[in-house]
Design a protein around this ligand. Structure first.
Ligand code: 2DT
Length: 208
């Protein structure tokens, strides 16, 4: 299977993938240059966010939300360039994490949180890796960064469930409590289907 298709799909969850490589036969998440990871901590905006997440600095809640969104928008020209070349993109976290996490804070509505990301390239498929917060806590270096508390993660999970009610987005939920091979296999099947369906389709605009 070649990657020369016009497809944008992403993987999102309360715990995302925690940097775990999931290699498929031809699509290699975390190994391909056509993989985008948000937060992209390499850019200047990403470095501000990274310092905030590592609790080395504090940022006002609206401000950091807008920075997360800006970190996606700054990569849009490159994403579009690749999509226009017919290259499929795999994205780890995207606007859905942005909305789920900020709206888990007191005083933030889903609507306010969605606004800055409206019009981003729309994913053809969103794979949500379902893992309960206590299992997620046992993976990776959980508990070190900001947001990594069970109470907050439970609220984030509820916000994701609200976002999944939106039928304009192609959500697929995968049970991530199984083995990496089983999760891999499910992602592979979903990816192959969407890559052929999205071929030659124009890229949509998120939440518009
Ligand atoms: P990682 O553990 O995946 O690096 O995420 N987050 C992420 C937000 O609050 N808003 C966003 O827009 C994005 C992309 C999720 C670090 C934390 O940052 C949160 C967990």
């Amino acid at each position: 299977m070649s990657l020369r298709y016009n497809c944008l799909f992403l993987v999102d969850s309360v715990a995302a993938l925690g940097g775990t490589p999931i290699c498929m036969d031809d699509v290699c998440i975390f190994c391909t240059e056509d993989f985008f990871c948000y937060t992209d901590r390499a850019t200047k905006i990403g470095q501000l966010i990274s310092s905030y997440l590592e609790k080395k600095s504090n940022l006002e809640d609206h401000t950091v939300h807008l920075l997360f969104s800006a970190n996606r928008w700054e990569m849009v020209p490159l994403m579009k360039q690749k999509l226009e070349q017919g290259i499929s993109l795999v994205v780890d976290r995207y606007a859905f994490s942005g909305v789920a996490f900020t709206s888990a804070k007191p005083g933030f509505s889903l609507e306010w949180c969605m606004n800055p990301d409206m019009g981003l390239p729309k994913p053809d498929l969103v794979i949500f890796l379902q893992l309960n917060p206590s299992m997620a806590a046992n993976r990776g270096e959980y508990g070190i960064e900001r947001y990594e508390t069970s109470a907050f993660q439970r609220t984030v999970q509820q916000r994701f469930e609200e976002l999944m009610q939106d039928s304009s987005v192609n959500w697929k939920v995968i049970d991530a409590a199984r083995t990496i091979e089983e999760v891999h296999n499910d992602i592979k099947l979903l990816s192959e289907d969407i890559i052929s369906l999205a071929e030659n389709q124009p890229v949509g605009e998120l939440w518009r």
